[in-house]
Design a protein around this ligand. Structure first.
Ligand code: NAD
Length: 248
């Protein structure tokens, strides 16, 4: 087991990529706290982690709200006494064309996708710095490198910010034994991408050398790699998971 008895937090862990990461980490021996803005989803994913034989905690957390984030971090630390892994996965997406984005929608996008990553990272780093170990994994996106294709300009801008924040955080936390990396998925089948495409993938398939969209398990495997000692000399890196849609 690559993550035996490690303690992980997965934000937005109730569905899609986050749920798959939570389960993959549990299968590698981690205890996993599932945070989600939707309590019922968090409960269901936590039950799946328990069924995989590991301990779990379902917490209703909106990552854009610092009191909720700080309380949830304290709760995890109280439960298990340490925090080894944070997966900043919670995110929202809209497809509104840039000339139609209202200020409120822009602000919410940045509050969840960027401020949420900052708040959760800052809240766990005091534990990780004290432990002199820890791994933070951020969900960027292909859109954060090339601009929104189907997703909106505001979504793409938040993901570019996440990729840059990953590097700054990696520089700050490296001397403390904490590694920070990001993943940049292309098109992975989840509720988010079903909303964007209406389930019609054919426009994307022509642009993906592997000729198919990705599965959540294919992102989860990379998250396990980044959380484990298999990636012990990686920090500040972004791993593309896109079937070859972008090669840079
Ligand atoms: P999803 O919409 O299927 O699931 C997201 C989960 O996050 C849901 O359970 C939702 O309730 C939760 N969530 C939303 N807002 C939250 C908040 N404020 N606080 C806590 N939880 C919140 O999305 P997904 O496709 O699984 O995407 C997961 C992450 O991966 C996101 O950051 C997304 O931007 C990124 N991503 C996804 C793809 C893709 O193709 N699916 C591609 C690139 C990047």
């Amino acid at each position: 087991m690559k993550l035996k008895d490690e303690v992980a937090i997965v934000t937005g862990g109730g569905a899609g990529i986050g749920r798959a990461i939570a389960l993959a980490m549990a299968q590698e021996g981690a205890h996993v706290a599932i945070w989600d803005v939707k309590q019922a989803l968090a409960e269901e994913a936590a039950e799946a982690v328990r069924n995989a034989g590991r301990e779990s905690l379902a917490l209703k957390v909106d990552v854009s709200q610092s009191p909720e984030v700080n309380a949830a971090v304290e709760r995890v630390a109280k439960e298990w006494g340490r925090i080894d892994i944070l997966v900043n996965n919670a995110g929202i997406c809209e497809v509104t064309p840039v000339d139609k984005i209202e200020e409120k929608e822009w602000d919410r996008m940045f509050a969840v996708n960027v401020k949420g990553v900052f708040l959760c990272s800052q809240a766990v780093m005091k534990f990780m710095m004290k432990q002199k170990s820890g791994k933070i994994i951020n969900l960027g996106s292909l859109a954060g490198k090339v601009g929104g294709i189907a997703a909106g300009a505001h979504y793409a801008a938040t993901k570019a910010a996440v990729l840059c924040f990953t590097k700054s955080l990696a520089k700050f936390l490296g001397p403390h034994g904490v590694r920070v990396n990001a993943m940049a998925p292309g098109v992975i089948e989840t509720d988010m991408t079903r909303m964007i495409t209406g389930g019609d993938w054919k426009n994307f398939l022509a642009t993906i050398p592997l000729g198919r969209i990705g599965d959540v398990s294919e992102v989860a495997k990379v998250a396990v790699f980044l959380a484990s000692d298999d990636s012990s000399y990686l920090t500040g890196e972004t791993i593309d998971i896109n079937g070859g849609q972008l090669m840079d």
